[in-house]
Ligand binder design. Sequence first.
Ligand code: NAD
Length: 313
Amino acid sequence: MPARILNGNEIRDQIKAEVAAELQQFQECGVRPGLAVILVGNNPASEIYTRNKVKSCESLGIHSERLILPETATTEELLSCVAELNGREEIDGILVQLPLPPQVDSKRVLLAVDPQKDVDGFHPVNLGNLVTQRPGLIPCTPAGILEILKRSGIPIEGQRAVVIGRSDIVGKPVALLLMHHNATVTVCHSRTRDLPRVCREADILVAALGKPGMVTGEFVKPGATVIDVGISPLTSRADVERFFPGDAKRMEEFERKGSTLLGDVDPSSVYPVAGAITPVPGGVGPLTIAMLMVNTVRAARLRRAQRPVAVAR
Ligand code: NAD
């Protein structure tokens, strides 16, 4: 039987509808949650990501603004931008789009974000809250992966989960979330020996290694759920033919746009083996933006709960 496709766009729409209902309650109190996105320089991918984030938030009625600093911005300039946003009462969420230019001390900048407004969940205070299962803001992509599993009825408790990748942004937090949901979790990385054998033990396999198409059918236990986090553009026709043999739709997209997206999973060898899988695009990606909205509303709720006076715009 071919793998069940876990449709991230449908789950994103469910979550957006829930956020919209919550925003309605805010509106009734005269409050509009606000998000500020800081973009430094003109990295084309970051430019698209931040524009999409702001557009999606605006479409739901979250106030959103994008602050654009030049490629030459210094750490001090970014710190003062963050300090100003920390102090603005009507801003509930601050997101610093990564990567920052090499002259900027990214760690110092991320540490400067008020943890209560850290909608990316990257601040050590929020990561500490996650480790110790206290309320806080959870990184968007890992939180989105859990939503996909839960809303698709994939059991987590007691299951064997293998996460490939140990980054602070995806691998580590998703491993913690799976563990907190009572999965037995193994985290693999670039030094793991016999990766396919370890991965084949997984009932739930999360591929977050950033190596396009590396996870083949040999890594997957028949019937397992595969979450493909990677997103890489394929820009050569030979690669598109290799990874999507006979796929006319993909080839047409490649001809039109000059590229197509591939995850960390090799679709033609994994789809016949997996029980369920997130596609790329349309799997984990849409959830990342949906969870940013969830976090912005959550940040507004948590922060305002500590300050009983609502701030009207
Ligand atoms: P990263 O480069 O910070 O981390 C990659 C991890 O994979 C590292 O821990 C490394 O040890 C491991 N790794 C690398 N090569 C490996 C190999 N050959 N075998 C085993 N492990 C290996 O990347 P990241 O920020 O965690 O992102 C991972 C991927 O997910 C990237 O493709 C990124 O674009 C994508 N991503 C997607 C979303 C989304 O919304 N869909 C969000 C964040 C990241």
